[in-house]
Write a protein that binds this ligand. Structure first.
Ligand SMILES: [Zn+2]
Length: 145
């Protein structure tokens, strides 16, 4: 390891605790090869030596490995199109009833909506709402019970 020999009185870059910036400092005290105390050339304050590179550490890049993200990932819940496709595979599109506000719906029924297309009723919510899973997502629509 090649280290440029420094001595007290040399100018080095250090992080100033007062200016909160990396600035030129004058070495005040050294222990062997190590700078321990510096004087800020900007504010004149003396403080322990803080290497300038520490300033950049907080900008931490996520590690390449998956271990770096303990947060729950979104893909835990299947997306609406995937759910929809799974349900459609079980049902016969010819059995779909046209959606109407007075349609009598119940869970598991296949409906055909003029705007949203085919959907499956996932729940009927009293008094007159049905939760229907369409390709683009779940919609709460009016229905008759
Ligand atoms: Zn300073």
């Amino acid at each position: 390891m090649i280290v440029r020999r420094r001595s007290a009185g040399d100018i080095i870059e250090a992080r100033c605790t007062r200016c909160r910036d990396v600035l030129n400092h004058t070495i005040v005290a050294m222990v062997e090869e190590r700078v321990v105390r510096v004087q800020c050339n900007t504010c004149g304050g003396q403080h322990n030596y803080h290497p300038p590179r520490e300033e950049k550490k907080p900008v931490r890049q996520p590690a390449a490995g998956k271990t770096a993200s303990p947060r729950p990932r979104k893909e835990a819940a299947p997306s609406a199109p995937a759910l929809w496709e799974a349900r459609m595979a079980e049902l016969d599109p010819d059995q779909a009833i046209p959606y109407a506000m007075d349609a009598k719906l119940r869970a598991g029924i296949l409906v055909s909506h003029p705007a949203f297309g085919l959907g499956v009723v996932t729940a009927v919510i009293k008094p007159n709402k049905a939760e229907i899973l369409f390709r683009e997502g779940t919609k709460l629509l009016r229905c008759a019970l």
